[in-house]
Structures are given as C-alpha cells and as structure tokens.
Design a binder for this molecule. Structure first.
Ligand SMILES: [Zn+2]
Length: 435
C-alpha cells in the first residue's frame, strides 16, 4: 500500500495539487541498456533520476526491480466517435480507463476544423477523460477556423486522401495545407488510400467481408503515398499497412504503424467471423513490417471500440464497419513482441512514447529530469493471456488467447497515482488537455 501525500488547495480559479514521491528500485530502459534507478517526482515533474536517492519523509513506491516505462502516447485513437454513420460503442471515460490500464497515459484523437465536432466540442466531451488528451484537426483545405485552431496551439492536420465524413479531398487542398503548416511549424498526418482505384475495384461487388481486402490491395496505399510524398514537406503517413510503403517514405515524411497491422495477418479474412476484423487499411503481412522496424517512426492503435452486435449488423461488403479496439493492448503487446523477437527495448520505448511526444512537442515520453511525470511500473515477470474478461475494451477482442509478457501495474499520470497494483486508485481521476 502506498501512502501518497497530497496537499490540495485552491488559489483563486487555479486548482493545484502538490505531490512529492519517490519510486525506488526500478529498472529503466536506456540506449545503453537497462539501468537500476530511483526516481523523484515533485509537482507533476520528474526532478531526479539517480542510482540511489537518500531522502526521507517522502512517499515511497517500491518497484522491486520492475521496469519503469515512460507513459505510452497513442498518436491515433478514435474515442467516442459519434460523427460517422455507425457510432463507436464506447464512452470517453471507458476508452480512456482502458488506455490507462494498458499503460498509455496520453491519447491523441481528432476534431474537425469545419464541421461538428470541432475542437471546442471535443474538449468538452473529453472533460472526464481518465488520461491526458489532445487532438489532430481534420481539414481538407485552409479556412479561417483552421488558422485559428492552429494559432491556439494545435499542431497537426489530419488529411484524408479519400472522402470522409462527407468531406471531399483534393491534392490542391493538401498543397495549400502543407504551405500553411510550414508557417505554424506543424505537421500533416495523411490517410493515404487511393479513392479512385478502390472505387473501381469495388464496383458491383457485394457480400463476403474478404472483399474489403481484395478491393484495397497494397497498390491502393502505395499510389496515394507517392502523391502525398510529392507534396508533403513535414508529415507522417498514418497506419502504414505494408512493407513496401515503408520503403517509399524518407526524409521529412515519417511512418506510423498501428498495432493490428503488426499483430494480425490477412488470414483473419478467411475466418467465419472475418467481418469483425475489418479495418481500413486492411491487415496484410505483419512480417513485412517487422522486417523494416527501423523505418517505423511510431506505433499507434487507430483504436475504434465497436461491440460485436454493431459489427454483426454490418457484415456484408460494402456495408462493413471498419475499426478495431486496441488502446489498452499496444504497450504490453509491443513490449512482448520486442522481447520475443529479441529487439532492443529502447526502440520499443521510442516507438511507444518518445517519438510521439517529440512529434507533438510534448514534454513527455522520457524518464529524465524535467520531463512530465507520466510513468508506468511494468511487471515484466507476469505472464497472462488476453481475453475479453481481463481487458477493458469492447465485448470481444481481436487478440483472444495471445500470451503477454508483463503487465502495467501502477500508472502515474501528471505526478499522481491513477492506477495502483492494477486497480483504479481514484475513481474521480482525470487527465488534462495537452498541446
Ligand atoms: Zn484512424
């Protein structure tokens, strides 16, 4: 039992919480290997990282040799997505609690620049988020509202190369947004799929969910990425689904890969419940991505919580519901894969926390003095199997039976214990807007 010491008060409008804590005897992953350390946290920040901290009268969490990870940052989630024809089944609270249980302490979702929900509405919807949150702004061209949103500190525009939520897409719009973002030092997140090619391949097709894969072959991603590459100066290709795309991106164009493309193969579309696994772009050949792990800039999830009944209602191509739940499993499954594949854990930490923080200008993603105290004590000795009963997302999981090495046990968000020994410590806990 940890006796965290909180001194709470109110000064005018500002609520403040002072909390001083020491985490003892944890293992930290660095570029030079794993080191043992103690960590001091004061006022939401990491203020000391040292082999041994000899200070008394502090609140002490004993790590007992467990790993300490920087809180995960998921750069791509769709939580409480109520603006498309088929709404997700979650609430902000439920998806963000799942996120915290999985060691992800910051999520970046989406708002629109010129239709509802705009960023103000999204901030209101996220006021009971359990973890920290921010938003990318969907836009297809420059508008006054987009300029104002960028002026208020949001840094990234999500550009869809296919029609989305009734908004049409054009390369000239992409070019104008690219030029605008240079002025704001922002970046473009591109959904790269070739609309024309997909439409022509889909014409007249109906029925088997596998058609989702067959009408979206790799070429539909590659041709869109080539056009994006010709225009975008500073950006990231969202949910890269195939190895050949990673071969195309370089320089200021980065690659985001999401959990399901690394963990699921196109064999799922042979299953009798293949409709559950529909996601855009579809899952393909994960080993082609793993072979190029060094070309990946970050790993996100594209989390979409659709319960089984919703997927059942829409199980015939083209009336399918793309999207898979994932926000809770990204950190433990990626750590597991890195351990099994004997890849350096320092790279896992980069892809899960450090790089998404850097790209979004957040003072997070590293265990070092001066960084925000978003931290996860990860018990690397614990082995468990994923099931719908021991996770907190949706009423089914794409990863049933997967054997995980390790589990996030205690999760610290903004210097406070949010989850302690796999249980919610404060049921009223909330994260905050970050940008
Ligand atoms: Zn997405």
């Amino acid at each position: 039992m940890v006796n965290a010491y909180y001194l709470k008060g109110v000064i005018g409008e500002i609520n403040w919480v002072y909390c001083k804590m020491i985490i003892k005897d944890v293992k930290i992953i660095t570029n030079d290997g794993i080191i043992e350390a103690d960590i001091k946290i004061e006022d939401n920040k990491i203020t000391k990282v040292s082999k041994i901290i000899h200070e008394k009268g502090e609140d002490i969490i004993r790590g007992n040799g467990k790993l300490l990870l920087p809180g995960g940052i998921d750069n791509h989630v769709h939580i409480f997505k109520k603006y498309l024809k088929v709404p997700t089944s979650d609430t902000v609270r439920r998806s963000t609690i799942a996120s915290a249980f999985g060691g992800t302490t910051t999520v970046i979702d989406f708002a629109f620049s010129d239709r509802s929900p705009k960023v103000e509405e999204r901030i209101e919807q996220f006021k009971d988020s359990f973890v920290n949150y921010s938003f990318h702004i969907f836009a297809s061209d420059i508008t006054d509202n987009l300029i104002n949103t960028l002026k208020s500190g949001f840094k990234s525009v999500k550009f869809m190369m296919i029609e989305y939520a009734g908004i049409k897409s054009s390369l000239s719009g992409l070019r104008r947004i690219n030029d605008l973002l240079k002025k704001f030092n922002g970046y473009i997140m591109v959904h790269a799929e070739d609309e024309e090619l997909i439409k022509s391949l889909s014409e007249g097709k109906k029925g088997d969910p596998k058609l989702h894969l067959l009408t979206r072959p790799e070429e539909t991603e590659l041709s869109a990425v080539l056009r994006a590459r010709a225009i975008v100066d500073n950006g990231i290709i969202a949910h890269v689904s195939c190895g050949r795309t990673l071969d195309l991106i370089e320089g200021k164009l980065l690659g985001e890969v999401v959990l399901h493309h690394l963990l699921l193969s196109k064999k799922v579309y042979e299953r009798s419940d293949s409709h559950l696994f529909v996601t855009s772009p579809p899952v393909r050949d994960p080993e082609e991505l793993w072979k190029r792990i060094n070309k990946i800039y970050m790993i996100a999830t594209d989390h979409n919580w659709f319960d089984r009944a919703i997927k059942e209602e829409h199980k015939e191509f083209p009336d399918l519901v793309p999207g898979l739940p994932g926000v809770e499993l990204r950190v433990p499954m990626i750590i597991t894969e890195f351990m099994k594949r004997k890849l350096p854990l320092s790279l896992a930490v980069k892809l899960l926390s450090e790089n998404p923080a850097k790209l979004n200008g957040l003072n997070k993603g590293k265990i070092a003095e001066g960084y925000d105290a978003d931290l996860v004590i990860y018990n690397q000795e614990k082995k468990w199997k994923i099931s719908v009963d021991n996770t907190h997302m949706a009423d089914w999981t794409p990863y049933e039976g997967y054997e995980v090495i390790g589990k996030p046990e205690t999760v610290i968000i903004n210097g406070k214990i949010a989850i302690e020994n796999e249980e919610i410590k404060d049921e009223f806990f909330t994260g905050k807007l970050v940008k």
